[in-house]
Each structure stands twice: as C-alpha cells, then as structure tokens.
Design a binder for this molecule. Structure first.
Ligand SMILES: N[C@@H](CCC(=O)N[C@@H](CS)C(=O)NCC(=O)O)C(=O)O
Length: 215
C-alpha cells in the first residue's frame, strides 16, 4: 500500500496518474495547502522541503515528484512506463523527465510563486511577465519533439507523458498556452482521453475540457 500526500492539481498529479495507471494499491492524504499544512511540523518530518508531493512506500518517505515517478516505474517495470536498462530510449526518458522537471516546471514555479524571486512588490508583475517567454520557449521545444511521433519518447507512452500533461495543465493561463502549439494541442487532446488521466482528474475535481476543445 502506497500513501500519496497530495493536493489537487499540484506536483502530486503525475505520481497520482502513475499509481492509477499501474493499478497499485494506494491511499491519498490531502495536504491542505489552504492552511499551509505542507509547512506543519508533522509534514516536515516526511518532507523537509515542505512541498507537495510526498510518497510513503513501506514506511519510507520519498519527496520530489520526478524521483517518485522514477521509483514507481522502476518498482513496477511490467507496466512499461520506463524503458528498460540497455534500451536506447532509456537515456531519453531521463532527458525528457529532467527537462520537464528542471526546466519547464522550474519556470512555472517562478510564474506561480513570483514573490519568492524578488524582494520588491512592484517588480512582481515583471517577474511573471518574463516567465511567460521562458515557459513558451520550453513548450516550443516539446512541440517540435511531437512533430513526427505520438508520445515524447516515440511510439510508446511513458511516465514522461503523464508528467507533461500535468505541466501542460499548469501552463494553460500562459499567453502562448500549450493549446496554441499545433502538435502539442493535438497530443494533449489525445492524452485527455487517456483513462487514467480522466479518472485521476475526476478524483481530484479537475476540469480537463479545455484540452478536448483545444483543436
Ligand atoms: N520540485 C518539487 C516541487 C514541489 C512543489 O513546489 N510543489 C508545490 C505545489 S505544485 C508546493 O508544495 N507548493 C507549496 C509551497 O511551496 O509552500 C517537486 O517536483 O516535487
């Protein structure tokens, strides 16, 4: 039994997709961000970074969404969400997951938490405005990757696709939204039909209709 500490449509979403896709036995524990529960003494014992998500597996807490995704994929390789050792696609899996987590997600974090990146209130709008372009640049690279293939790694769905769907949802308010990129919009429309995405978004109370209407 896994325990996922989550908040709807937060960085817990990608691990949640994987738990569902793999049909694993898991329980959800809501970390009430509204009351800053991610900074409570109790939660900080599990995740000293005070961020969401945390996964507990056999009593061991793991934080960082990408690390959780890799751990789940490697613990259950029969689901094929990570290419096996020796497969030439395996380094590309790490490349894209790192790009998503360390570049696109990092840029989105600055967009959503601009106050952490300036000590002057009047510059907050400038920080956010600058992020628009950084996020669009990352989306453009992903759009190019999807020009000739259905998934980020090629023909086969991987955990990277679930991670990308999460970040695409967060990117919807950006001026150059993911739906303004042709290949990405078509891809997201298909991904929005994925049964695990539909089920998990339903559980988390998320509206994914913008993806269906996208193209
Ligand atoms: N790099 C971390 C980032 C996690 C993160 O920043 N999560 C956000 C929610 S999406 C959070 O916990 N925010 C509350 C806060 O920073 O206090 C990961 O990918 O797990």
């Amino acid at each position: 039994m896994y325990t996922l500490y989550y908040y709807p449509n937060n960085a817990s979403l990608a691990p949640h997709f994987l738990l569902h896709h793999m049909g694993l036995d898991y329980e959800l524990v809501l970390v009430d961000k509204e009351s800053n529960a991610q900074k409570s003494d109790e939660y900080l014992k599990l995740n000293p970074a005070g961020r969401i998500p945390t996964l507990v597996d056999k009593g061991q807490a793991i934080f960082e969404s990408s690390a959780i995704c890799i751990h789940l994929c490697e613990s259950h390789p029969e689901h094929g969400l990570i290419p096996p050792m020796g497969d030439p696609l395996r380094p590309l899996f790490f490349q894209w997951l790192a790009f998503l987590n360390n570049t696109l997600q990092a840029e989105l974090m600055v967009y959503y938490y601009p106050h952490r990146h300036t000590d002057r209130e009047d510059t907050v709008p400038s920080v956010r405005a600058a992020q628009q372009q950084c996020i669009a640049n990352a989306l453009s690279i992903i759009n190019d990757q999807l020009e000739l293939q259905p998934y980020l790694l090629g023909e086969q769905l991987s955990a990277c696709d679930y991670f990308l769907f999460m970040l695409a949802e967060w990117s919807l308010p950006i001026e150059q939204s993911p739906l303004s990129f042709k290949n990405l919009a078509a891809y997201l429309k298909r991904m929005a039909e994925n049964p695990s995405i539909r089920a998990v978004c339903d559980i988390e109370g998320m509206d994914i209709s913008p993806f269906a209407e996208g193209v």
